[in-house]
Design a protein around this ligand. Structure first.
Ligand code: NI
Length: 185
């Protein structure tokens, strides 16, 4: 089922996620719905906060990007109760966007390599290392589960430039081809 995507101004986007327990109702269906919602909006990642749930849960599919760039690998995964244990390397800039902040993109500096611990859909724990685009998308989605948005990492000038656009998104004055839920005033 395609779910509406919560956009900038919705309080849930600022909420840190709670632990997901193995008895969480219909978790497999929820994850399936998150993938469907993400693909419908042409996204490469989606966090629970973006569909209105403050949980430590996000899905990622970088295989789509890698196909375009003709690289071999990429990941399609659900990350439950993820914790980034370490970030390494010299920060690199990459233009990020977010389904919850339509029409705004900006260069964000992040470290290239991460070490992450998470649980899969069967609640088996994994500890893995990612880099490049995979790490980038994970870092962005992981931030969502901490209640953080990429625009908070933009420079002061850029922040000023997007101010009005953000106000419009809050009021639902934005044109997107997927269903959104904006903050009510
Ligand atoms: Ni996002």
């Amino acid at each position: 089922m395609i779910l509406p995507i919560y956009v900038y101004g919705q309080p849930v986007l600022k909420k840190e996620g709670m632990e997901v327990t193995s008895d969480y109702p219909d978790l497999k269906q929820l994850i399936e719905d998150m993938y469907e919602t993400m693909y419908n909006a042409n996204g490469v990642g989606l966090a629970a906060q973006q569909i209105g749930l403050n949980l430590k849960l996000f899905v990622v599919d970088t295989i789509q990007i890698k196909k375009e760039e003709k690289e071999v690998k990429g990941i399609k995964k659900a990350f439950i109760n993820a914790e980034i244990l370490a970030e390494e390397g010299e920060e690199w800039a990459y233009e990020e966007g977010c389904l919850s902040i339509p029409d705004i993109r900006g260069e964000v500096e992040r470290q290239p390599t991460i070490r992450i611990r998470y649980q899969d859909e069967s609640f088996n724990t994994h500890e893995e290392t990612y880099d490049g685009i995979d790490a980038r998308v994970i870092q962005h989605e992981y931030d969502h589960t901490l209640g953080k948005l990429f625009i908070e990492k933009l420079g002061a000038v850029k922040k000023q430039l997007i101010k009005r656009k953000l106000e419009n998104i809050k009021r639902g004055k934005v044109s997107v081809d997927y269903r959104i839920k904006f903050a009510k005033f």
